[in-house]
Design a protein around this ligand. Structure first.
Ligand SMILES: Cc1cn([C@H]2C[C@H](O)[C@@H](COP(=O)(O)OP(=O)(O)OP(=O)(O)O)O2)c(=O)[nH]c1=O
Length: 196
């Protein structure tokens, strides 16, 4: 049985696109960067903590496989997670304005005696955003619950001048890498289950 250890509706939707059945595990993992921890190491650690915490809940289920993932926006080694409030969101968007940032999504697959990892790093260029555009965007409410205070899959798509990497990775679950992990773990290729 495949499990997704996540509360994110985006991850649920993205994993659903692989055509495999799965169940959800609800978790609350604190996301706090350690002093001196490199940005990418932080994303990888949090994703692993989510997958391991999920695994601890279903380890008695025969054949259980648990996916955990984390996505962060990184600019100049600063990590932008989910904004705390509107001021925080506006500050993030002001910093992202007119610059190219990275979006790192780490995915871990934890099963009995196995931990497999994939990391997707994308470069995202942003248009220059003045105060009026930022205010209009914040009014959509879309910024909240999203790393970097934007959703590429929503109204913020028009901010993106270029994307070098994985669209699904920016959205929260890199599908190419996730599918590879599942095949490495011995699951049949995507779609096979649906056709069977
Ligand atoms: C950059 C970006 C992020 N996001 C979302 C994906 C993630 O849900 C969120 C990053 O926060 P995460 O901490 O990675 O995930 P989460 O707290 O939403 O869910 P969980 O830990 O339970 O799995 O930002 C978008 O939806 N669109 C985007 O363009």
């Amino acid at each position: 049985m495949l499990y997704l250890a996540s509360k994110s509706p985006r991850r649920r939707e993205l994993l659903g696109r692989l055509g495999r059945s799965f169940d959800l595990i609800d978790l609350d993992i604190p996301e706090v960067r350690l002093p001196g921890e490199a940005a990418e190491a932080y994303v990888r650690r949090v994703a692993l903590e989510k997958a391991r915490a999920g695994w601890a809940k279903v380890r008695d289920v025969p054949g259980a496989l648990v996916l955990g993932s984390d996505t962060e926006v990184i600019l100049d080694d600063e990590v932008f997670g989910k904004p705390a409030d509107a001021d925080d969101a506006a500050a993030m968007l002001r910093k992202l304005s007119g610059r190219t940032h990275q979006v790192v999504s780490a995915v871990w697959l934890v099963a009995d005696g196995r931990e497999l990892e994939a990391v997707s790093t994308s470069r995202v260029g942003f248009d220059t955003l003045d105060g009026a555009r930022i205010a209009a965007y914040l009014a959509t409410g879309e910024a909240f619950g999203k790393a970097g205070a934007y959703a590429i899959q929503g109204a913020a798509e028009v901010f993106v001048t270029r994307l070098d990497g994985s669209y699904s990775g920016v959205m929260g679950l890199p599908l190419h890498e996730t599918d590879r992990l599942l095949r490495e773990a011995g699951l049949p290729p995507a779609g096979a289950e649906a056709r069977a």
